[in-house]
Design a protein around this ligand. Structure first.
Ligand SMILES: Cc1cc2nc3c(=O)[nH]c(=O)nc-3n(C[C@H](O)[C@H](O)[C@H](O)COP(=O)(O)OP(=O)(O)OC[C@H]3O[C@@H](n4cnc5c(N)ncnc54)[C@H](O)[C@@H]3O)c2cc1C
Length: 453
């Protein structure tokens, strides 16, 4: 049977809207990607989970064989580093726009993180590769960007701290100081994705390097090899009970870690500048993938509620009105979120991430909430099985719930969007005053008596 078409996987109307914005290369890549995800990744999902050892001694030290195989296949097919747009990174990027990548990320997202990792498009490596590509010195690129882009190593971005409200990064307390030719790092981080992965060779650590500097120039980012003496991975944190092995989101202590002074990224005091650059397009990569996963959950729900064995109170499940309404609502929410994300991606292509802050911010809090609701409805339609280990729905729900914190909590984005909206008030008032003047003139000219209204 042929693989599904892009229209089937997304929607015919959305594809009609964007098709002419796709280059021949992007169309060819998209087709290859659909085949790869459908024929290689989806059938490998259960095997991937089964190959993660349950033995605690091996759980964090095993490279999952099916992932190695998938990566080799993806690389051979040219489905590799698709997130790195040539428009932003001319020397290392792939000739795809953010809009083109958004559709591809949705297709990858249908398998959770599996296809993203297989194509070397998985967080946190994507953001870290962007940091090295944008701010790295030639030596830093050679040592870290080249193996990351080849998929030979993985990486972590280390900012959030235990006991510190880290959604405001000016609170970060980890100390970064220069001592002779070295940088000394001391701090206590947690939720560091990828820090538990035996393939991770490098952490980008954000800390405070000059408490006397202006507020947004106090922080710096340092390259820390994961095997540097003093890097202590304490434990993987659990997300609603899931430890997300083999990557993990770990508690990490940096205890008098020493690295060469040349390991600073972009210069002293540039921490804020770098994190803002890092989370430009990357902020919506999660959104793109979440839409694919939400679509997949809806597909699963459709199959479940039409299973002839599922009859309650004399009707098949899909014959109950509330279930049909749940299906329709999920469909409507997925469609509208997709358009939102595509418009954000298109805006990034036109004006870079800085010119798309509004669209990125809205997508950042709207899409994970939407996907959470879709998973919740799908779970409900599966009955108790939906929250069990026998379907992936519970893990997907837990994963998407974390996106309401990761890369900054919803409220921070909501606040920024609200403030941005309020800036429109003076112009709105001008327009209203102008309308009022025209209205008054109309009253006068027509001689209509106001009291009649
Ligand atoms: C699965 C997962 C993976 C993660 N991966 C990484 C990683 O790789 N690297 C890393 O450094 N961090 C990572 N994080 C951490 C994540 O980025 C932080 O949890 C997030 O930035 C929030 O910081 P905090 O937990 O310290 O919450 P706090 O800063 O303590 O905030 C608590 C709550 O306060 C509220 N709040 C905050 N600001 C406002 C505001 N302006 N208005 C209203 N309410 C507000 C929000 O509800 C927020 O959830 C990860 C988290 C999870 C769950």
């Amino acid at each position: 049977m042929p693989a599904p078409t892009i229209q089937e996987l997304t929607s015919p109307s959305t594809w009609a809207l964007i098709e002419d914005k796709f280059s021949p290369f992007a169309k060819e890549t998209l087709e290859k990607l659909i085949h790869f995800v459908h024929n290689e990744c989806v059938p490998a999902e259960k095997i991937y989970r089964a190959q993660i050892p349950t033995d605690p001694a091996k759980r964090w030290t095993t490279v999952i064989p099916i992932m190695v195989e998938l990566k080799e296949k993806a690389k051979k097919l040219g489905l590799w580093n698709l997130f790195l747009s040539k428009a932003h990174y001319p020397d290392v990027g792939v000739p795809l726009t953010n809009l083109e990548y958004a559709v591809m990320a949705e297709i990858m997202g249908r398998t959770g993180h599996l296809a993203s990792e297989a194509t070397n498009c998985a967080a946190p490596d994507t953001g870290n590769m962007e940091v090295f590509a944008r701010y790295g010195t030639p030596e830093q690129k050679k040592k870290w960007l080249v193996p990351l882009m080849a998929g030979e190593i993985r990486s972590a971005f280390s900012m959030t701290e235990k006991g510190v409200a880290s959604s405001d990064a000016t609170n970060i307390r980890t100390s970064i100081r220069k001592e002779g030719d070295e940088i000394v790092i001391n701090g206590h981080k947690w939720w560091i994705s990828g820090a538990g992965d035996c393939r991770t060779r490098v952490h980008l650590v954000m800390g405070r390097s000059d408490p006397s500097a202006p507020k947004y120039l106090q922080q710096s980012i340092v390259i820390v090899p994961s095997d540097a003496p003093g890097v202590k991975v304490i434990r993987p944190m659990k997300v609603f009970g899931f430890d997300d092995a083999p990557e993990g989101h770990c508690e990490v202590i940096y205890d008098n870690v020493r690295v060469p002074a040349s390991n600073i990224i972009a210069g002293w005091g540039k921490g804020f500048e770098v994190i803002q650059g890092r989370l430009g397009p990357g902020r919506i990569h999660h959104c793109m993938r979440s839409i694919g996963l939400a679509q997949r959950a809806l597909d699963m729900m459709l199959e479940r509620v039409t299973d002839p064995n599922r009859v309650t109170f004399g009707k098949q499940l899909y014959e109950h009105g509330t279930i049909v309404a749940d299906i329709a609502t999920s469909r409507a929410e997925i469609e509208s979120s997709r358009l939102l994300v595509l418009s954000a991606a298109h805006q990034i292509d036109r004006f870079k991430a800085k010119g798309a802050l509004k669209e990125i911010g809205i997508a950042k809090f709207v899409v994970p909430l939407m996907a959470g609701r879709v998973f919740d409805r799908a779970i409900q339609s599966f009955g108790a099985e939906g929250i069990s280990q026998d379907t992936p729905l519970a893990a997907w729900w837990a994963g998407v719930r974390t996106l309401r914190f990761a890369d900054g909590p919803d409220e921070v984005h909501i606040q920024q969007i609200g403030q941005r909206e309020l800036k429109r008030v003076p112009r709105l008032k001008e327009l209203t005053a102008e309308t009022k003047e025209k209205e008054e003139a109309l009253w006068k000219r027509t001689g209509t008596v106001k009291s009649h209204l």
